[in-house]
Design a protein around this ligand. Sequence first.
Ligand code: ATP
Ligand code: MG
Length: 408
Amino acid sequence: MRQTQLFTRTLKELPKDETSYNAQALLRAGFIDKVAAGVYSFLPLGLRVLNKIREIIREEMFSVEGQEISMPAFAPKENWESTGRWESLDILFKIAASDKKEYALNPTHEEVVTPLAKKFIYSYRELPFAVFQIQTKFRNEKRAKAGLLRGREFLMKDLYSFHLDQAGLDAYYDRVSDAYTRIFDRVGLGEKTYFTFASGGSFSKYSHEYQTLTESGEDIIYICDKCRLAINKEIIAEQNTCPTCGSSELREEKAVEVGNIFKLGTKYSDAFALGYSDASGAKKPVVMGCFGIGLSRIMGTVVESSHDERGIIWPEYIAPFRVHLLSLNVNEKADEIYKNLTEAGVEVLYDDRDVSAGEKFADADLIGCPYRVLISKKTLEAESAEVKKREETTAELIKINELTAYVQ
Ligand code: ATP
Ligand code: MG
């Protein structure tokens, strides 16, 4: 992508009411635009990152036999009344439509997926299965001040699984939990993310959250370094030692919840009378699991946890582009290098603008692609490009004919 043609550019001025680091950096670097508190547009750079996170998550959901579907953004009041959540969920956005009926903008989809499954499950032969979607959620959050960490509109992957019995759910739960570990590794958050015991389990004592360490997190977790897991502060009164080794040597940290997995059991099957007949013809309730992960929150969390004073440092697999190619008044040769890299399948943002070297350097650091490749008269005299990794301070001269192999 040529930067002269890229829709949006880096900004000097920021909306005054934006206090979170992730939103400030993403706005300044031209990844997102702010429409209202907790409501953002994703611009070309931002959507590229979000789509990379989306592809990683989709692949991992396919690896646990999740089948992709897409459910609507709003659902009738009756669905939400069936579970009592029309009244009890304080974050529910309610809308009135021209048919004089009321609807909710879905903050999650148990109230849609359970009646959907009911249309297709008759006997044990249909079970087990799992469906997922990557879809926009709406929550009337009171504290929408943390940028992408707490949107009022945000992107979530939600997987729902349907089983014959608890043993089926338990085995599947462990497989999805492993897939989540792979997702957080692949998006670059693996080292800072902890499998965390939390409240909210309806079938089991706990639910499990994936909590990423960051000063901007709103949760407090207690870490057992020996077992590499954590306990959310909200359950520390009933579980104040490591659930695995029993150690009471726990370390307190601030963190943000990036994923949450639940054994729902029959909570929603009971509400919607979702059952099946077993081999002997006896009626049984379907046992359910639900597995959420926040894509836009992951993007905000990466920015919070991976930056320096000059800008964002994207982990390699979710960077908007792999290479930021800067041409210092040598566009003819840089055009050729851009073409060669692109043809070799390398994703390149090419700064072909007629601006100062200082501005190009500053923008490259702000945008944060993994490799900065500089072409100038001086580097060309040595038949080379100057390559610097975003997180490093020193650059290297690499021969032009070795460049593609070097950055690939
Ligand atoms: P929190 O406690 O932070 O409000 P939650 O427990 O209500 O989150 P879940 O219902 O478990 O959230 O949703 C599943 C996932 O969706 C969360 O783990 C998180 O990654 C993401 N998520 C939830 N709320 C938001 C939000 N307002 N903005 C962005 N992502 C969110
Ligand atoms: Mg949660």
